[in-house]
Design a protein around this ligand. Structure first.
Ligand code: VGL
Ligand code: ZN
Length: 213
């Protein structure tokens, strides 16, 4: 059992149409997260959402690189990059939040991945690991405490977000029933191992208790 405090944060990562079954980069069983995520969104005093937000022709899209297929890896100036199907293009239906996501109290939406030449999995830093999104400053300035992460995908944007959060000194938990993974070549199992090594707590939404009032 774990007590959630009034200044703890629910970080809701990329709950967008393209990551749901039928979407451009569908996460298997992605829709299973909606119920626990909405319930947590109702209980937490503070919720922030991220939104993957790519311009057309983004460097992370396989279609941008001649002869490359989705899920192949290439070397970009900032390091290795997995290539994806075109997804979450700014202004498209696929980039919108899933209509089943219902967190009226969300206080900030952090968009990421809008630099045409740099991908951004993490809610804190782009994939060059040095360009900040501003979320760390927001959380510090507002005195927010522990981070509880949910969303899609467990092995990419959730993973990178929680690892960066640990590096920035936050206590972090991932809510297992509020995430699902893509699992590219075993990436999901590897993600859980990396999270454990980094000191990210793994728990279930039913393990949480909330301060009343
Ligand atoms: C994501 C791959 C590419 C994610 C975003 O939200 O996990 N994965 N863009
Ligand atoms: Zn993306």
């Amino acid at each position: 059992m774990r007590q959630v405090k009034r200044n703890d944060l629910l970080l809701v990562v990329d709950v967008q149409n393209d990551f749901f079954p039928g979407g451009a980069l569908a996460v298997p069983k992605g829709d299973a997260i909606l119920r626990p995520v909405n319930e947590l969104g109702f209980r937490f005093q503070h919720c922030v959402q991220t939104q993957d937000w790519h311009p057309a022709g983004h460097t992370s899209f396989a279609s941008r690189h001649a002869g490359k297929e989705p899920f192949e890896t290439i070397e970009l100036p900032y390091g290795e990059q997995i290539l994806w199907p075109d997804h979450c293009v700014q202004g498209t239906h696929g980039a919108e939040f899933h209509p089943g996501l219902d967190i009226p109290g969300v206080e900030t939406i952090v968009r990421k991945g809008y630099d045409p030449e740099i991908d951004s999995y993490s809610a804190f830093f782009e994939n060059d690991h040095e360009t900040p999104t501003g979320l760390d400053g927001y959380l510090r300035e507002r005195g927010l405490g522990r981070i509880y992460a949910v969303g899609l995908a467990a092995d990419f944007c959730v993973l990178y977000s929680v690892l960066d959060a640990r590096r920035q000194g936050y206590e972090v938990a991932v809510v297992e029933d509020g995430v699902r993974g893509i699992d590219v070549d075993g990436s999901l199992g590897a993600a859980w191992r990396k999270m454990e090594e980094a000191g990210v707590v793994r728990l279930r939404s039913t393990d949480l208790r909330f301060e009343s009032g």
